[in-house]
Design a protein around this ligand. Structure first.
Ligand SMILES: Nc1ncnc2c1ncn2[C@@H]1O[C@H](COP(=O)(O)OP(=O)(O)OP(=O)(O)O)[C@@H](O)[C@H]1O
Ligand SMILES: [Mg+2]
Length: 281
């Protein structure tokens, strides 16, 4: 797939002046964030929205592997000034715009003020070139991961039925609440054995969060454990493209529809990348 420049000056579609930003996060690693972010972004792109998928994984970014794209340039080249942001956006399937992650992205907080301003200026333009930005975060609750979540309009927390995944998902939700994230927090249960099991996992998290954190968690859906997703990963294709008629592809479509229906208006009215930098600095 060729590395193509994307026109950032395009007029926004509809009446939204800036993109809505969804951060996909989890706490625990390996629970399905990258697959969920990618398949969700593709479902949104299929409904003719301009969607940008940003790999914010600072150490093991693997969006390029899943989408089978070569990423000669990534966000670190924008930071060091060797590339403009429009030069590092790749065009993927269904017109999906993709920015690959950098192993140096964890140094974001250490970059100089002039570099920060340059990056801010470059990334701000993305908001006007997209309707939705989906961020695939790294595992854990490092400053960088939390910053991207705090800056987003909406956070999707991924868990599995495993106790460790649930504990880490709750840990992430707790950090967001403590840091006064004021957008919606949704939960998707991945790799469930049944819809009923997934729903009960969501309910347990939602009950604990309501009781101890006084926050409502939105139900985003359940994704079953499905060998087709693994087969798709092995063939380096997102499952919604490899098996578009499968049950899991239809679950991803429902997830996209449900998330799209959640009101994300934020009290502070600030734009995404300004909020990122507020939390990074
Ligand atoms: N619904 C599912 N059914 C079966 N296997 C799944 C499912 N979701 C994820 N997996 C398996 O989990 C693996 C890890 O998924 P993925 O890379 O999306 O996780 P991640 O949370 O992004 O990991 P990391 O924390 O390392 O970034 C996949 O390669 C696949 O084998
Ligand atoms: Mg990942």
């Amino acid at each position: 797939m060729a590395n193509q420049a994307v026109n950032l000056q395009q007029a926004p579609v509809g009446d939204r002046a800036v993109a809505r930003v969804l951060a996909v996060t989890s706490g625990k690693g390996g629970v399905g964030k990258t697959n969920i972010a990618t398949n969700l972004a593709l479902c949104m792109a299929a409904s003719e929205k301009r969607v940008l998928l940003l790999d914010a994984d600072i150490s093991l970014g693997n969006l390029d592997l899943l989408l089978n794209i070569r990423s000669k340039y990534n966000i670190s080249h924008v930071i060091n000034g060797s590339k403009r942001v429009e030069d590092i956006i790749q065009l993927g399937p269904l017109g999906l715009q993709i920015i690959c992650g950098a192993s140096g992205l964890d140094q974001l907080a250490d970059i100089s003020e002039s570099e920060q301003h340059r990056l801010l200026q470059h990334l701000s333009g993305l908001q006007h070139a997209s309707d939705t930005i989906v961020i695939d975060t790294a595992a854990g609750i490092s400053n960088s991961v939390v910053s991207f979540c705090l800056a987003a309009d909406h956070v999707l927390v991924v868990t599995t039925p495993e106790v460790t995944a649930m504990t880490d998902a709750y840990g992430m939700i707790k950090v967001l609440v403590r840091k006064r994230f004021d957008g919606p927090i949704s939960v998707v249960v991945n790799m469930a054995q049944s819809i009923a099991e997934g729903r009960s996992i969501y309910q347990r998290l939602a009950d604990v969060a309501a009781r101890f954190l006084r926050v409502d968690l939105y139900y985003a859906g359940v994704l079953l454990k499905d060998e087709r997703l693994c087969a798709a990963v092995r063939s380096r294709q997102p499952v919604v493209l490899a098996y578009p008629k499968s049950q899991i592809a239809s679950s991803f479509n429902s997830l996209a529809a449900r998330l799209g229906g959640i009101d994300c208006s934020r009290a502070d009215g600030g734009t995404f990348f300004r909020r990122v930098f507020r939390w990074l600095t």
